[in-house]
Design a protein. Structure first.
Length: 642
């Protein structure tokens, strides 16, 4: 018999040394077996940011891609969001018809273009593909994909609170020590995704985990807080009409990523690294953790009350007083809490996620959901009074004036409803896009916006169209779709994603002036006396514009120091204090008469949804997308301010 020493040409040594070398030999044999495994890697196509439009060149390019993949030896396809342009039902169905021609399995999550402007509030994506997340195991790997928003508004990417819990739970169950985690989400796990650090903390528990993202449109290697990140190239890179996709070759101990140009042979891998040795990440900067030092500058501003839900919150708070607040969450629960003590007073299960801030009048609460239901409930108990239903989701905040409710019902149009009986007084259905924002009523004219490039004015009594206005462009994503107009001095003011502030004559819709001097987007409000229109710009500044003038007249501009921001939260003024908030949880209080910053407070690292502007409340109530309901001291005097 040939001994191990003879087989491996090892000289006779001491027993201790021999034991050590035997361990080395055993390790070599094990590694040799692993290396044998890596000779048959798992190869799959990785698609992201395909942005397909029906009847466009991108549609044919995706068809060609599907045909090429079908002729390959790839095991499956992973698709990581932004499959469409506006997330419309028509676009999603068109893309699915093409993807369903794949002869190998494919797994898919949505991107921001499916979440931000979705006319179905995300329902159609789930109906077509069954879910907006996935998890499965294959050949020694756990594949997990998750939706990263943002949901129905501009803002940072957002993974819902309940989905982070789902991810943590599912990985604990499926990611056994012999399986490597491959994680997929559209947004990079970095700044731009509000709770990226919670996801990377989960992934750190699984050695060798790799996170794949899109959104940036170019193939590159990234550092996600110590987890290797791979950003995939888009179907067509910006500025280059060279269609292609990504091919991933996953081994047990290393990974290769190829850029595959459509119709051309596969070249050398663009990215290659050892998945269990991440020292190469030391040379790639990672995003810094959120910075809360601003709160130290204003130590007297801290939450009076704070409640953290188990799901995300996309509605604003309805503060009936400083002791009772109503809100709804992304899991579809409408809840009423008493304060102090954060005691649940009542709750009602809705038929889908809720984006509509509830409103109140005559001891009746009105709330709606993405299931297309509009409810009237007793404020004290939550007992239903009446209910109306449509086959489209409702995401717009209602407006109550007198005994009537005005509400945009998805893509169905604008409705006037008797709040006591639920009877529909009139409906205006000549709208070609989603109604998302609250309407405004001035005297006999109701003004509202829609994601169809138009602003509308109706007669409040009959619902007949008085006029509608368009900015001269037909680009849907530049619509004034998520802005609450300001009406003052017989003028209508709007800001929109085209970066213009526009002033129209209320009676006729005649354009009085239009300016992009200030880089506005969707965040605006008005002074209580109606003399000023406020707007939050996209970099640091807040402006005040005169409403009496027939041309742009800026009264003041203040650098509020919030950096780049596109959170569409309406601005609210109370007692000469103007409140603004950002996509990363910063609340700013501005003395609107000077102007100066009174105070700032960072509530977390997720977007502030809406303020409750009830003037009788001592507290400024707000919600954030990371599931927080917060009351800040509205009237508290800050040292050093007047």
């Amino acid at each position: 018999m040939i001994s191990l020493f003879q087989k491996y040409n090892i000289p006779f040594i001491t027993l201790h040394s021999a034991a050590t070398l035997l361990l080395v030999i055993w390790t070599s044999l094990v590694l040799g077996n692993n290396q044998t495994k890596t000779q048959t890697p798992l190869r799959f196509a990785y698609l992201t940011d395909i942005h397909v439009l029906p009847d466009a060149e991108s549609s044919q390019q995706l068809k060609d891609l599907v045909a090429e993949v079908n002729g390959s030896d790839l095991a499956m396809v992973i698709i990581n969001g932004d499959i469409s342009n506006t997330g419309s039902d028509k676009e999603l169905l068109h893309v699915k018809n093409i993807l369903d021609q794949l002869t190998i399995p494919y797994y898919i999550v949505p991107g921001n273009h499916e979440n931000n402007w979705s006319e179905s509030a995300g329902r159609t994506f789930k109906q077509l593909w069954g879910d907006d997340k996935f998890i499965f195991t294959k050949e020694g790997f756990v594949f997990a994909g998750i939706n990263s928003g943002p949901f129905m508004r501009m803002g940072d990417g957002h993974i819902k609170v309940e989905d982070i819990s789902w991810l943590e739970r599912e990985l604990k169950a499926k990611a056994t020590p012999d399986k490597q985690v491959l994680f997929f989400t559209h947004y990079p796990l970095a700044e731009g995704l509000d709770k990226w650090y919670l996801v990377t903390d989960i992934l750190k528990n699984y050695p060798g985990a790799i996170a794949f993202c899109g959104h940036g449109h170019q193939l590159q290697l990234l550092n996600f807080n110590g987890t290797p990140g791979v950003m995939g190239r888009s179907l067509v890179p910006r500025g280059k009409n060279i269609p292609g996709y990504n091919i991933v070759e996953a081994h047990s101990d290393f990974i290769k990523v190829y850029e595959k140009i459509l119709g051309e042979p596969l070249s050398e891998p663009a990215i290659e690294f050892a998945s269990h040795n991440t020292s190469f990440l030391d040379d790639i900067p990672a995003s810094p953790l959120p910075d809360y030092t601003v709160n130290k500058a204003y130590p007297d501003i801290e939450p009076v009350y704070q409640l953290i839900d188990t799901a995300s919150i996309f509605t604003g708070p309805l503060a009936l007083s400083d002791t009772m607040v109503v809100y709804a969450n992304s899991a579809g629960w409408l809840k009423a809490y008493n304060f102090p003590g954060e005691k649940l007073r009542w709750e009602k299960k809705m038929t889908g996620p809720v984006f509509t801030t509830p409103v109140h009048a005559s001891n009746i609460i009105i709330a709606a959901d993405t299931g297309g239901n509009l409810y009237a409930l007793e404020a004290a108990t939550g007992t239903p009074i009446w209910k109306l239903s449509w086959d489209v989701p409702i995401v717009a905040k209602p407006l109550i004036k007198g005994n009537h409710l005005y509400i945009g019902v998805g893509t169905q149009g604008m409705f006037k409803i008797d709040i006591q009986t639920g009877q529909i007084v009139w409906e205006f259905g000549s709208v070609d896009g989603l109604i998302q924002a609250e309407p405004v009523l001035h005297n006999d004219i109701l003004v509202f916006t829609a994601w169809d490039t138009h602003l509308y004015a109706l007669n409040k009594h009959s619902g007949q169209l008085k006029w509608k206005w368009n900015n001269g462009r037909d680009v849907v994503l530049l619509s004034p779709g998520n802005v609450v107009p300001v009406v003052s001095n017989n003028k209508v003011f709007i800001v929109a994603p085209d970066r213009y502030m526009t002033c129209l004559e209320l009676a006729t819709g005649k354009e009085l002036w239009r300016s992009n001097k200030h880089q506005v987007r969707e965040s605006m409000g008005s002074s209580k006396n109606g003399e000023l229109v406020f707007a939050k710009l996209m970099n640091d500044s807040v402006i005040a514009v005169e409403t009496r003038e027939d041309s742009l007249a800026t009264r003041w501009v203040i650098d509020a120091g919030f950096s780049y921001d596109h959170n569409p939260i309406p601005l609210v003024e109370q007692q000469s204090t103007l409140y603004a908030a950002t996509r990363n949880g910063l609340v700013i209080a501005i003395d609107s008469s000077k102007p100066t910053v009174r105070w700032k407070h960072k509530t977390g690292n997720a977007a502030v949804n809406f303020f409750n502007d009830h003037p009788g409340n001592d507290n400024l109530w707000l919600t954030t997308t990371n599931g927080k309901l917060i009351a800040l001291p509205r009237h508290k005097k800050i040292p050093g301010t007047n």
